[in-house]
Design a binder for this molecule. Structure first.
Ligand SMILES: CC(C)(COP(=O)(O)OP(=O)(O)OC[C@H]1O[C@@H](n2cnc3c(N)ncnc32)[C@H](O)[C@@H]1OP(=O)(O)O)[C@@H](O)C(=O)NCCC(=O)NCCS
Length: 148
């Protein structure tokens, strides 16, 4: 596989990120949400991963005092299965630790066993269920978390 680089997401990246989102999710976020997150949310940190100048995935997190939350992580399908998602998640986790977080949590669809397996590799455990969490199909979410 080629070289990959991770950097902060900028407003100019949003169109490429939306392409990743539409490819990966049944209920992708809107352009306005990303603009709001990047421009106005002081707690939000978004990173893209690039290959040869093309954005192939991203990860987002919120850090509020010592509490970090992964908002999303996604990778274009043809780049999956090579350890890139793990690299991206690890980057976000290290960023959270470096910025004073002592706990990391996230929500994940109960059906998304691939993502759950990735999160377990980083020590996250299921801490509860949010019923009817996803508006597109009413699916439940597991809350997963780890002490950092
Ligand atoms: C979740 C996602 C980012 C993982 O990225 P990836 O680059 O394919 O994952 P990696 O190759 O780094 O694999 C890391 C670990 O994830 C798990 N994993 C990855 N692909 C898997 C698969 N097909 N089946 C089961 N587990 C899998 C494994 O634990 C793997 O570790 P291992 O190789 O030691 O078994 C990617 O599948 C994705 O973008 N999915 C769609 C978006 C999504 O569901 N995001 C999560 C929203 S909460």
């Amino acid at each position: 596989m080629a070289e990959f680089s991770i950097r902060r997401m900028e407003v100019g990246d949003i169109d490429q990120v939306l392409f990743v989102d539409k490819t990966c999710f049944t209920a992708p976020w809107s352009k306005e949400i990303y603009e709001q997150e990047i421009r106005n949310n002081d707690f939000a940190y978004y990173f893209v991963i690039e290959e040869s100048g093309q954005i192939i995935g991203y990860v987002g997190l919120w850090i509020v005092v010592d509490d970090a939350q992964i908002t999303n992580i996604a990778l274009l399908p043809r780049f999956r299965g090579y350890g890139i998602g793990e690299k991206l998640f690890g980057y976000a986790m290290q960023y959270a630790i470096g910025n004073g977080a002592s706990r990391l949590s996230l929500e994940v669809r109960v059906s998304n066993v691939v993502a759950q397996k990735l999160y377990r590799k980083f020590g996250l455990e299921k801490g509860g269920v949010r019923n009817n969490y996803y508006p597109d199909n009413g699916e439940d979410a597991y809350v997963m978390w780890v002490n950092l």
